[in-house]
Design a protein around this ligand. Structure first.
Ligand SMILES: [Zn+2]
Length: 156
């Protein structure tokens, strides 16, 4: 990927990194355990995927849930980026599974993963979420003001 210095990219990174302070992404060692749990195969379609993060991704099991390891499943790019989107994971798995047996086996794998981390699953409460959003928007508004000022410095 070429370097991206666009202001919108920078704002996106600011949003993500400030959010990750309260809602951290899985650590490297958690990733190793996760990949092992899912047997190096996509949690949904079962395709073998290797060498995270080359062609493997971390799906948000609950699209509205946290970033932490309890809410992440090993998934191929097609399932994670193009197909599942904001669908309920069970409905999506039903679509992808080729047989009832497939469905049950993969459902147990995902449920097992969620259960294994039941102590980790901390959704952000609405008050914290809105305070976080307010802080982020403060930074973004300041960034936008600076951006407008800098753009006005361009030679005419
Ligand atoms: Zn897949």
């Amino acid at each position: 990927m070429p370097a991206n210095y666009s202001p919108s990219f920078a704002k996106n990174i600011v949003r993500r990194s400030l959010t990750a302070v309260l809602d951290p992404h899985p650590t490297r060692s958690q990733l190793v355990v996760l990949i092992e749990h899912f047997g190096e195969a996509c949690a949904y379609c079962g395709k073998r995927i290797h060498a995270y993060p080359k062609d493997a991704q971390l799906d948000h099991i609950d699209p509205d849930g946290p970033n932490n390891v309890s809410n992440r499943a090993y998934a191929c790019e097609d399932c994670n980026e193009k197909e599942k989107r904001d669908q309920n994971w069970r409905d999506f798995l039903r679509e992808k599974a080729e047989s009832d047996e497939d469905f049950s086996r993969r459902e147990r794998l995902i449920e097992g993963w969620i259960d294994l981390h039941s102590d980790v699953y901390i959704g952000m409460d609405a008050d914290t979420r809105s305070r976080l959003t307010a802080e982020i928007e403060t930074v973004v508004a300041s960034f936008d003001r600076a951006l407008a000022n800098i753009r006005s410095m361009r030679p005419k």
